[in-house]
Ligand binder design. Structure first.
Ligand SMILES: Nc1ncnc2c1ncn2[C@@H]1O[C@H](COP(=O)(O)OP(=O)(O)OP(=O)(O)O)[C@@H](O)[C@H]1O
Ligand SMILES: [Mg+2]
Length: 158
């Protein structure tokens, strides 16, 4: 099973993953950015970052391991690469959409150590395209992320 997280920075993706998929292999674009450049915010080697992310997902799925992609995946184009990879391995690909208002994401972001610049979060919120099963996911689970520790779960047929 490949789980693809989707949500703007600060929405609560990593929080959800740690609570819900603790045993999956994690492929996280920020971590790879840090490995390659020394800084998770440096964007100039993004094509290499995502090539390495794809290679790691590919290798894990080939071993039959469950993987979670912890990245924003706000556009259809970004999600398509994961759906294709899972299809290559006949592995189901599920999307977990962490729904969070821009205001809440900005508040969450302001309250943590590793802060993403506000303009980056605003730009991603503008770019955001809601995920749907027609893209090729077996399921799109919508998680409404609140501010008091709860992450209410809801299934979506869209
Ligand atoms: N449901 C929640 N209850 C309490 N705190 C939360 C909740 N969701 C997220 N947070 C807090 O908000 C901040 C942002 O959450 P998190 O790091 O999971 O977001 P993210 O989507 O992974 O962001 P990024 O894309 O930048 O990695 C963290 O400090 C986290 O502890
Ligand atoms: Mg995160």
């Amino acid at each position: 099973m490949l789980t693809v997280l989707c949500g703007i920075p600060g929405s609560g993706k990593t929080t959800w993953r740690l609570r819900n998929r603790p045993d999956d292999l994690v492929v996280c674009s920020d971590d790879i950015r840090e490995e390659l450049t020394g800084d998770p915010r440096r964007q100039e080697r993004n094509s290499q970052v995502f090539a390495l992310a794809r290679a790691r997902v590919d290798a894990a799925l080939a071993r039959g391991q469950d993987v979670v992609v912890d990245a924003t995946n706000v556009t259809r184009d970004a999600r398509r690469q994961w759906i294709k990879l899972a299809a290559n391995h006949d592995t189901p690909c599920r999307c977990v959409w962490i729904e969070c208002s821009l205001e809440q994401a900005l508040r969450n972001n302001a309250g943590r150590d590793r802060r993403v610049p506000e303009d980056v979060i605003r730009a991603m919120a503008k770019e955001f395209a809601p995920p749907c099963v027609e893209e090729g996911f077996v399921e799109v689970a919508r998680v409404r992320n609140g501010s008091r520790g709860d992450q209410r779960h809801e299934r979506s047929a869209t």
